[in-house]
Design a protein around this ligand. Structure first.
Ligand code: 1CP
Length: 328
C-alpha cells in the first residue's frame, strides 16, 4: 500500500474554486468564521484530488484574534496583528474566553465531518505558541524576529506569560476541535527554526509537550508536530514533546529522517512546494526518492511547507497519482 497523502495549505488561492468563494467573503477572517464557506473551502481539494485527509480551513491567527487582538489580512501585505509589546499588554488578553469566540470554527468541523467520507481523516490544527507569539510581538510576519527574541532573551518570565496565555487558549481550542469531529490535530511551529538549544527547548519543546499532554488527557487523538527549520533538533523535539508524528520541512535529509527519526516516530513530508510548481519529471523523481527512503515505515506523504499560490492544480493531481502508483 502507498502511504496516505495530504498537503499543507491544500486549500487556497491556487484553486479557482477557492478564489470564487474568497471573492464572495468580505475578508479572509469572515471566511474563517463562516461555517458554510469554510467547510466548502476545506472540502474543495479533497473533492478535486481525492486526498486522504482534509485540513480544517482556518488560520493560526484566529487564536490571537480570539484572545482579543485586532487581526487583518490585507491581500498583498500578509497578516497584521495588533502588537503585544510587554507583559503589561497581557492583562487584557483572556485565554479562557477565547474558545467561546471560536465557536464558528467548531461548527465548520462538524459540517466537514458530516460531509466527508468516513475513511477520510479530518485534521484540526493550531499554531504552536512560539510561532503565534512571533506574529503577536512583531505585528505580522518577520525576517529576523528581533522584537520577539529581544523580549524572550531579556524578560523570559514576562515572555513566558505570553507563551502560557497562547498555550492555554490553544489547548482548549484543539480539544474543542476534536469534540466537534477532528480525528488528528497538527501544531504548526513554522518559525521553530530560529531558536537554538535552550531557547528551542524552552519556547518550542516545552510548550508543545505541555499542549500534547493536556490534549491527550482530554481527547484521544494523534498529534502531528511541525517544527519547521529545526534541523537536528527535530530529534529532540520528537523525543521530548510526545507527538505521534513529526512533519519534516524540505531541508531535512531523507537518509537522516529514515535512520534517526523513523525508528522512533511517524514522519510526514517533505517535497519542496516549488517542485510542485515545477511539476513533471523533476517533481516525480523527487517524490519517488522520498517514497523509496521513507515509504516502507510509518509515513505520511506531504510537502515540506505549504502549497504556494502559483501551483498548477494539475501538478497536484499528478503528484497524487505518482504517490498512489508507488509500491513498497
Ligand atoms: O486571502 C487569502 O486567501 C489568504 C491566504 C491564507 C490562507 C488560504 C492565509 C493567510 N491563511 C490561509 C489558510 C491556512 N493557514 C490554513 C488552512 C488551509 C489549508 O491548509 O488548506 C492553514 C493550516 C494555515 C496555517 C498558517 N497560517 C501558518 C502555518 C503554516 C505555514 O504556512 O507555515 C501560518 C504561518 C499562517 C499565517 C498566515 N496566514 C495567511 C498567510 C499568508 C500566512 C503566512 C504569513 C507569513 O508568511 O508569515
Amino acid at each position: 500500500m502507498p502511504p496516505p497523502i495530504w498537503l499543507m495549505r491544500q486549500a487556497g488561492r491556487y484553486l479557482p474554486e477557492y478564489r470564487a468563494i474568497r471573492a464572495e467573503a468580505k475578508g479572509f477572517l469572515y471566511l474563517c468564521y463562516d461555517p458554510a464557506m469554510a467547510a466548502e473551502a476545506t472540502l474543495q481539494p479533497v473533492r478535486r484530488f481525492g486526498l486522504d485527509a482534509a485540513i480544517l480551513f482556518s488560520d493560526i491567527l484566529v487564536v490571537p484574534h480570539a484572545l482579543g487582538l485586532a487581526v487583518t489580512f490585507e491581500d498583498e501585505r500578509g497578516p497584521e496583528v495588533e502588537r503585544v509589546g510587554s507583559a503589561r499588554d497581557l492583562d487584557r488578553l483572556d485565554p479562557t474566553a477565547a474558545v467561546s469566540r471560536l465557536a464558528p470554527v467548531f461548527e465548520t468541523v462538524r459540517r466537514v465531518r458530516a460531509a466527508l467520507a468516513s475513511d477520510a481523516t479530518l485534521i484540526g490544527f493550531a499554531g504552536a505558541p512560539w510561532t503565534v507569539a512571533t506574529y503577536m510581538v512583531e505585528g505580522g510576519t518577520s525576517r529576523d524576529f528581533a522584537a520577539t527574541k529581544r523580549w524572550a532573551f531579556s524578560d523570559p518570565e514576562g515572555f513566558g506569560r505570553l507563551i502560557d496565555t497562547i498555550e492555554t487558549a490553544t489547548i482548549d481550542y484543539l480539544v474543542a476541535q476534536v469534540a466537534a469531529g477532528a480525528d488528528v490535530v497538527q501544531l504548526f511551529d513554522s518559525w521553530a527554526g530560529v531558536l537554538a538549544d535552550e531557547d528551542f527547548e524552552r519556547w518550542c519543546v516545552a510548550p508543545t509537550a505541555r499542549i500534547v499532554a493536556a490534549v491527550k488527557v482530554r481527547a484521544d487523538v494523534p498529534v502531528i508536530g511541525f517544527p519547521r527549520g529545526a534541523g537536528v533538533l527535530i530529534d529532540r523535539y520528537a523525543a521530548a514533546t510526545g507527538v505521534d508524528a513529526v512533519g519534516l520541512d524540505t531541508t531535512v535529509p531523507l537518509a537522516w529522517a529514515r535512520d534517526v527519526l523513523q525508528p522512533k516516530v511517524t514522519v510526514q513530508g517533505n517535497l519542496d512546494p516549488l517542485l510542485l510548481v515545477t511539476g513533471g519529471a523533476a517533481m516525480e523523481r523527487r517524490a519517488r526518492a522520498i517514497l523509496e527512503a521513507l515509504g516502507r515505515r510509518p509515513f505520511i506523504f506531504n510537502l515540506g511547507h505549504g502549497v504556494v499560490p502559483e501551483t498548477p492544480p494539475d501538478h497536484v493531481a499528478a503528484l497524487v497519482a505518482c504517490v498512489r502508483g508507488w509500491r513498497p
